[in-house]
Design a protein around this ligand. Structure first.
Ligand code: 13P
Length: 251
């Protein structure tokens, strides 16, 4: 019922040449991905090029961030959801742990970004996840619950049905240390259960992706879990063969 989604977060990587080569590679192989929807999230500057390369393709694309405000105005350095929508973006990642930890984005600020993206007609990909210290302190659910609550309080639980959730344990990002399928499933089930307690229909609909060192060799067992509906992929999304292999692993 929930279509798997495999989205690539390029982070601050890429060049025009690399983007072209990677997108050509993905277009050449996408026919072999039967079940999953695939998407890429390049940097803002690479978006127009990626948009034009993907014209007519089933591969979707999105941004890695979005301004928390709607409309236009004196907000130097910011890019609005409307601008991203005009370029054909489907998604906007919000609240990635790198933005939360390196750029000081709070739960409330991330919720504003979720709201702004949604208002522009984008699907926000809301990233949540705990640090190693928080996991070892036994407060994973408290942290993830708080991150979700900020959006639910601002926008209502129904808003989550317009977006995607990505559970990305911070200790698994870029470390090669993946959560076990059981660990990931446990938190995914917690997230879905928390939403279900408020609205069962939304809980049944919302895609919950796993992110954190997902690779071709561990993707299938992660995505086989009942509450894991795909992946948000960093490093492995920069190689067409690896990213496509993860797409195929979704079934
Ligand atoms: P890696 O796949 O490189 O661990 O990154 C995951 C991530 O942060 C995706 O948003």
């Amino acid at each position: 019922m929930r279509q798997p989604l495999v989205a690539g977060n390029w982070k601050m990587n890429g060049s025009r040449a690399m983007a072209k080569e990677l997108i050509e590679g993905l277009k050449a192989g996408i026919g072999e991905v039967s079940k999953a929807r695939m998407a890429v999230c390049p940097t803002f500057v690479h978006l127009p090029e990626v948009a034009s390369l993907l014209e007519g393709s089933s591969i979707q694309f999105g941004s890695q961030d979005v301004c928390d405000r709607v409309g236009t105005g004196a907000f130097t350095g910011e890019v609005s959801g409307e601008m991203l929508k005009e370029f054909g973006c489907t998604y906007a990642i919000v609240g990635h742990s790198e933005r939360r930890s390196l750029y000081g984005e709070s739960d409330e600020f991330v919720a504003q970004k979720f709201a702004a993206a949604r208002q522009a007609g984008l699907k926000p990909i809301l990233c949540v996840g705990e640090t190693l210290e928080e996991r070892e302190g036994g407060i994973t659910e408290e942290v993830v619950g708080r991150q979700l609550d900020a959006v639910i309080e601002l926008e209502g639980v129904e808003a989550l049905a317009d977006g995607v959730i990505a559970y990305e344990p911070v200790w698994a990002i870029g470390t090669g240390r993946t959560a076990t399928p059981e660990q990931a499933q446990e938190t995914h089930a917690f997230i879905r259960g928390k939403i279900a307690a408020l609205d069962a229909e939304v809980a049944g609909k919302v895609q919950i992706l796993y992110g954190g060192s997902m690779k071709p060799d561990n993707a299938a067992e992660l995505m086989a879990k009942p509450d894991i509906d795909g992946g948000l992929i960093g490093g492995a999304s920069l190689k067409a063969a690896d990213f496509l292999a993860i797409g195929k692993a979704a079934g």
